[in-house]
Design a protein around this ligand. Structure first.
Ligand SMILES: Nc1nc2c(ncn2[C@@H]2O[C@H](COP(=O)(O)OP(=O)(O)OP(=O)(O)O)[C@@H](O)[C@H]2O)c(=O)[nH]1
Ligand SMILES: [Mg+2]
Length: 389
């Protein structure tokens, strides 16, 4: 027999990690019934009406699992804020499941809540989900702008002016949005930056300086780094994940299995990243290009400038001049990184897309040949039925 709680879904909405506080959302008809069975208020009475904040305990089989604060966020919609120990979270989710709630991924619950909040404005629903995972505040601002202005507004005005607009104009506008979206993506998901270069050029020293701790081993023996390391660092505008890699040396590829594997790993990372820092020891300036294709964005970084005099530094080729040991020039390097990725002067109020679904539709709009096709695609962009992948 179907019960009320069959329509109830629950999900962890904070990160799946050790934290001070974790939050579990439970929503749908039957939520209150479940909460009544598993929640014991700290005071004498309990009132699950919208707007109330309840303090008490989640319990099972006569034992308290955790002390919690429940936010009554709407009709049949509650957040259970518990301590952020993954075992506590697991126990509470398991308990909700035993009482009939379906435990789902956060996107599903956010989509459901978003539909209630925004109706059939699909871009707004996607914006709420994407903003929760944005890698920077600027990324969340870019997404927030698309909700009523930006992408939503542009798509609506395309539809409204379909009779007077030229197909080519809409196509060109879609192309522009796709181009800007590539930069917006750096704010939204962060960037991957590989530190590459010849053995002993100072890659690990630079990596350690950027992440503010001695994470990578540094020695004057060429070939010290074999397994790559990574660290996320907040730059001025964006968050970057830096990768310290093995020194590129074609001879090492054939030396032994370990060196050949680490050479391959370095090249694979280079192929997947957004930007490569090619570190060159300015006392021994052999620029290593192995694994670096023309198409890859890169910055030449001349390191160990503390070891040569000022006139020799001035005579170095185009690139950033630094000392990874003293930190001189690293601030300029960060500016170069942000400028070369186009984020330095990016207007956060530009119209962009921020999901794969939107991107695919805009690509189709850019190459559509009839107004009818475009009209159908815009309607899909605005009102499609979202599916959880
Ligand atoms: N004077 C000076 N020495 C540096 C600088 N950067 C690195 N070194 C030294 O250069 C040597 C090699 O540094 P690493 O950071 O291990 O070089 P690497 O490129 O990671 O080397 P592999 O992992 O072997 O490819 C160490 O002795 C560092 O102390 C610098 O800016 N100035
Ligand atoms: Mg190294």
């Amino acid at each position: 027999m179907k019960t009320d709680s069959d329509n109830c879904i629950a999900s962890l909405t904070t990160a799946k990690t050790v934290a001070a506080i974790s939050s579990i959302q439970i929503t749908g008809a039957g939520s209150v019934n479940i909460l009544r069975k598993i929640f014991r208020p700290a005071g004498k009475t309990v009132d699950f009406n919208e707007g109330n904040i309840l303090h008490g305990f989640i319990f099972a089989s006569g034992r308290d699992i955790d002390e919690v604060v429940i936010g009554c966020e709407g009709k049949d919609n509650f957040s259970i804020n518990c301590h952020g120990n993954p075992l506590i979270v697991e126990n509470i989710l398991e308990l909700l499941k035993r009482h009939g709630a379906r435990v789902v991924e956060p996107e599903e619950i956010m989509m459901l809540l978003g539909r209630g909040k925004y109706g059939d404005n699909t871009i707004a629903v996607e914006a709420d989900i994407a903003a929760a995972g944005a890698a920077s505040l600027a990324g969340a601002q870019i997404i927030a702008h698309q909700l009523k202005m930006g992408l939503f507004n542009t798509a609506q005005s395309w539809l409204k002016n379909m009779n007077v607009s030229q197909i080519e104009d809409i196509g060109a506008c879609a192309e522009r949005i796709l181009k800007d979206s590539r930069i917006a993506d750096f704010f939204i998901r962060g960037v991957k930056v590989v530190i590459a270069g010849a053995p002993n050029s100072g890659k690990s020293t630079l990596f350690n300086y950027l992440c503010g701790k001695e994470k990578a081993i540094v020695t004057d023996i060429a070939g010290t780094t074999r397994d790559w390391l990574s660290a996320k660092v907040k730059l001025k505008k964006i968050t970057a994940e830096f990768f310290d890699t093995a020194g590129l040396d074609e001879d090492l590829s054939e030396k032994n299995i370990i060196d050949s594997q680490s050479q391959k790993q370095a090249v694979d990372l280079i192929n997947e990243c957004d930007l490569v820092l090619v570190v060159v020891d300015c006392t021994n300036p052999a620029i290593v290009m192995a694994g670096l294709t023309e198409a890859k964005k890169k910055i030449a970084v001349f390191n160990k400038c503390d070891l040569i005099d000022k006139s020799a530094v001035a005579g170095l080729p185009y690139g950033v001049k630094i000392s990874a040991k003293t930190g001189a020039g690293v601030n300029e390097l960060i500016d170069w990184i942000e400028q070369s990725l186009g984020v330095w002067d990016f207007d956060l109020k530009k119209t962009v897309c921020f999901t794969e679904r939107q991107k695919k539709i805009l690509e189709q709009i850019a190459s559509a040949e009839t107004k009818r096709q475009i009209e159908r695609l815009i309607t899909e962009l605005l009102k499609c039925c979202l599916v959880i992948s």
